[in-house]
Design a protein around this ligand. Structure first.
Ligand code: A3P
Length: 307
């Protein structure tokens, strides 16, 4: 498979293309050729879709409910593939206190097996042999809650330099001007892939909210793991929003220490489905519905935006 040409020369907000940093653009081919191992597990998603939640769930199942081991930072246990290329280049004031880009990439390559890798990149920009080589869990969330959550995320992360209001943000989102846009492009590609590929499991955030235990069973079956009732009970307890948001190995509060996050706000914000109802006017909600309908024409995926 040829490396997709449209990735070259990415600039933020470039209409019609996949949006990420120019720094990523310089390294896109390197990530496309990232060496995949057969015992890797990858967690894929559009940002703010429940990635961290899914990573912790998958890590614990893959590691036979090693709650002691899960006290290490999730960022170390399950690195975010392209993160080093999202950061401003070294020397800019918000680079923070993180290891060098080279060291971070070396960590991803040399991590002990079985690795659990997180990425928000669309399937098209990931190693073409990914799903035939290893297991992939994709998690999706309804676009309205993603927009609200992503808006607050932009306010939290220093290097977004974001100071806009939610309505403008929602428009940028729908105009494919935010990082990782277009939203539907990547979700629908993963949805179609999961239909015919037994190595791809497609989850919804809303199902995790509604029936966490059922989704844990599903992931365990997908990974070929069996869980005792006691382990299942412990996992459900560990993975509730209340507990995960207080868990310093997972809640990313260390982003403040590393100088990547602003002091106000939290990565683990509300953890609800339907939070968008507090923010969007009926008109805004209607516009998002219209945009969603247009993009889902011809697809059999269904998003639930209230439970
Ligand atoms: P909110 O901003 O709506 O609260 P990601 O990890 O993909 O960036 O997604 C982050 C979103 O998942 C945040 O949404 C966060 O609060 C939510 N989240 C994380 N852990 C959760 C949990 N255990 N239960 C419900 N939501 C959770």
């Amino acid at each position: 498979k040829e490396f997709p040409e449209y990735v070259e020369g990415i600039v933020r907000g470039d209409p019609g293309g996949f949006v990420l940093t120019p720094h990523y653009g310089e390294h896109a081919e390197e990530l496309y050729n990232f060496h995949v191992r057969p015992d890797d597990i990858w967690v894929l998603s559009f940002p703010k879709s429940g990635t961290t939640w899914t990573q912790e769930l998958v890590w614990l199942i893959a590691n036979d409910c090693d709650f002691e081991g899960a006290k290490r930072s999730l960022n170390d246990r399950s690195p975010f593939l392209e993160f080093p290329y999202l950061l401003p280049r070294k020397g800019t004031p918000t680079y923070g206190h993180l290891p060098s880009v080279e060291k971070q990439m070396q960590y991803r390559e040399e991590l002990e097996s079985p690795r659990l890798i997180k990425t928000h990149l669309p399937l098209d920009l990931l190693p073409p042999q990914l799903t035939e080589t290893c297991k992939v869990v994709y998690v999706a969330r309804n676009p309205k809650d993603v927009i609200v959550s992503y808006y607050y995320h932009h306010k939290l992360i220093k290097f977004h330099y974001f100071d806009g209001d939610l309505e403008s943000f929602a428009r940028w989102f729908m105009n494919d001007q935010v990082w990782y846009a277009p939203f539907f492009g990547q979700v629908l590609a993963a949805w179609e892939k999961a239909k015919n590929d037994p190595n791809v499991l497609f989850l919804f955030y809303e199902d995790l909210k509604k029936d966490l235990e059922g989704q844990i069973r599903k992931v365990a079956q997908f990974l070929g793991k069996s869980l005792t009732d006691e382990q299942l009970g412990k996992l459900v307890h560990h993975l509730t929003f209340e507990n995960l948001s207080k868990n310093s190995a997972v809640n990313k509060e260390d982003g403040k220490k590393h100088g990547v996050f602003n002091a106000d706000g939290s990565f683990m914000r509300k953890g609800e489905t339907g939070d968008w109802q507090r923010y969007f006017s009926p008109e805004m909600s209607r516009q998002i519905d219209e945009w969603t309908e247009l993009n889902l024409r011809g697809s059999d995926i269904t998003f639930v935006d209230k439970i």
